[in-house]
Design a protein around this ligand. Structure first.
Ligand code: NDP
Ligand SMILES: O=C1O[C@H](COP(=O)(O)O)[C@@H](O)[C@H](O)[C@H]1O
Length: 502
């Protein structure tokens, strides 16, 4: 089923989930905790079974022990109730497998057969929590071993490839086995509650629907700041850099959701068609824009929360010559009627002072201003959409400052919707919970279609090629700062600044 359930009613989650890379970082830190939470919330069908696949030789008790340890580490103690844990662990099975060799794949068939013999016929979801370079091998071996049927779905992680060419090769290999309607490409930002709320905010509220264009919006700002550094992932990150790791996927998806035209309905392809139009309309970078509109940075040693942290080139496993960027800021635009002349300022970096992801929609000023000239700088509404750490939406409005002696002084204040305090009873689920649930239900609207990935790569490839021609080292910024000074200058040259209040 590809249709979004408007009522939120559950489609069936009765599936067999085969998880490749079940002992890896993502599986242990995110996927098992998310699956456990779904089970705890009563959202997993009683019949749903989970098969862990990895290289290590482990018996089932050993595997369950590893999963329990991961849950104890990554799920809040008060949420780890024993009854739910016992039920969850009972769903697990484990097989050792070298994913690149077809020989062992019969084990998956046997696991499926055992389910069928118990009278349980259900679709299989194959989750590839491994490096993308072996997605093709796994898909081929699954097919060759007869493990798949015409209901089987595959979930793949980002990044898909390193550039357009490598991504096309990987997508071809997946597509040779799974039709696009059964491929679920994860971008975990699409599973974040506030990101989904963008769709509700924009398309359910006439207030915003009428204002959402270049007549009313002066500029858009997106910041995705991370406090963490490379976290032992030097090998992967140094080949990628922040543009490939964060902009190609997460930030461009946010741009799409902000900039897209209203879809005709909430079907996956209606939404994805509109996102693709945005990606096609992104302004490409030309050489003369590089010095002015793009800043690459790399952190040096510094202090975060009073603790010293090493520079990028001193991280574990570092190559001291590396010019890979851990920060990027850019000014771009969406070249269409809705957004003509509206700059989109994006910045994302590692080792910043705090973890903070937010989108600011800056509305234009009134055409004629009648208040205190000294307060003119205040005079524009802003919509602040906070993705993390807390999720919420605030509309900055101007009101009269209260008090007899204030005259018609203006005061800026938020009309605030903090999801945690507005809806205190509802726990905000982790992005992976939402995404896993949608895969199980067979709903694709939160997943990235092949042409989205490829248009995003095309745009990034163009920038990467221009960088390569220039061959300039990234600018340095101390860990614990908001990036190179040049990234501040990039926006102030337009008479604007990065948003700081909330
Ligand atoms: N970790 C994260 O936060 C994020 C990860 N991702 C993506 O998720 C995917 C998984 O990442 P991550 O969990 O970090 O990676 P890991 O390397 O931690 O996990 C991969 C797992 O797969 C196993 N594996 C690899 N090759 C084989 C093979 N040939 N046969 C059997 N087992 C194999 C590894 O075993 P062994 O250890 O024995 O090699 C390891 O347990 C990647 O595509 C990554 O880009 C995306 C966003 C964030
Ligand atoms: O995909 C990735 O995302 C994380 C940041 O995710 P968040 O949900 O914590 O904002 C990033 O650290 C990692 O490098 C990247 O691969």
């Amino acid at each position: 089923m590809s249709h979004f359930s408007r009522s939120g009613q559950a489609a069936s989650t009765d599936i067999d989930l085969a998880l490749f890379g079940a002992l890896g970082d993502l599986a242990q830190r995110k996927l098992f905790p998310a699956l456990f939470q779904l089970d705890r919330e009563g959202l997993l069908d009683p019949g749903t079974r989970l098969l862990g696949l990895a290289r290590q030789e482990l018996d089932l008790d050993g595997f369950k022990g590893r999963v329990e340890k991961a849950l104890t580490t990554y799920v809040k103690a008060e949420e780890l109730d024993r009854k739910a844990l016992t039920r969850f662990l009972a769903r697990l099975d484990y097989r050792q497998l070298d994913f690149t060799r077809v020989e062992g794949y019969a084990a998956i068939q046997e696991w499926r057969k055992a389910g069928r013999e118990a009278g349980q016929e259900r679709p299989m979801v194959v989750y590839l929590s491994v490096a993308a370079r072996i997605y093709g091998d796994i898909c081929r071996h699954l097919e060759a071993s007869g493990s798949l049927d015409d209901q089987s779905r595959v979930v793949v992680e980002k990044p898909i490839g390193y550039d357009l060419a490598s991504s096309a090769e990987i997508n071809d290999a997946i597509g040779a086995v799974f039709p696009e309607s059964r491929v679920y490409r994860i971008d975990h930002y699409l599973g974040k509650e506030t990101v989904q709320n963008l769709i509700a905010l924009r398309f359910a509220n006439p207030l915003f629907g009428t204002q959402w264009n270049q007549n009313h919006i002066s500029h858009v700002e997106i910041t995705v700041a991370e406090q963490v550094g490379i976290e032992g992932r030097w090998g992967y990150f140094d080949d990628a850099g922040q543009l490939r790791d964060m902009v190609q996927n997460h930030l461009l998806q946010l741009v799409c959701l902000i900039a897209m035209d209203p879809p005709a309905n909430l079907d996956a392809d209606a939404i994805r068609d509109e996102k693709v139009k945005v990606l096609k309309a992104l302004r490409p970078f030309t050489d003369d824009m590089l010095g002015r509109d793009v800043v690459r940075g790399q952190y040096t040693a510094g202090t975060i929360n009073g603790k010293s942290v090493p520079g990028y080139l001193e991280e574990e496993g570092a190559n001291t010559e590396s010019h890979t960027e851990s920060f990027v800021a850019m000014k771009t635009g969406v070249e269409n009627w809705r957004w003509a002349g509206v700059p989109f300022y994006l910045r994302t970096g590692k080792r910043m002072p705090e973890k903070l992801s937010q989108i600011i929609i800056h509305f234009r000023q009134q055409p004629h201003y009648i208040f205190d000239p000294d307060q003119r700088g205040l005079a524009a509404n802003k919509l602040v959409i906070r993705l993390q750490p807390e999720e919420g939406i605030a509309l900055e409005v101007l009101t009269k400052d209260s008090g007899l002696d204030k005259g018609m002084r203006l005061r800026r204040g938020p009309l605030h919707l903090d999801f945690n305090s507005a809806f205190p009873k509802s726990r905000i689920p982790d992005a992976y919970e939402r995404l896993l649930l949608e895969v199980m239900k067979g709903q694709q609207y939160l997943f990235v279609r092949r042409d989205e990935v490829e248009h995003a790569w095309q745009w990034c490839d163009n920038l990467i090629a221009a960088w390569a021609d220039r061959d300039e080292p990234p600018r340095r910024y101390p860990a614990g700062s908001w990036g190179p000074v040049a990234s501040i200058a990039m926006i102030t040259q337009d008479g604007r600044s990065w948003y700081e209040d909330y």
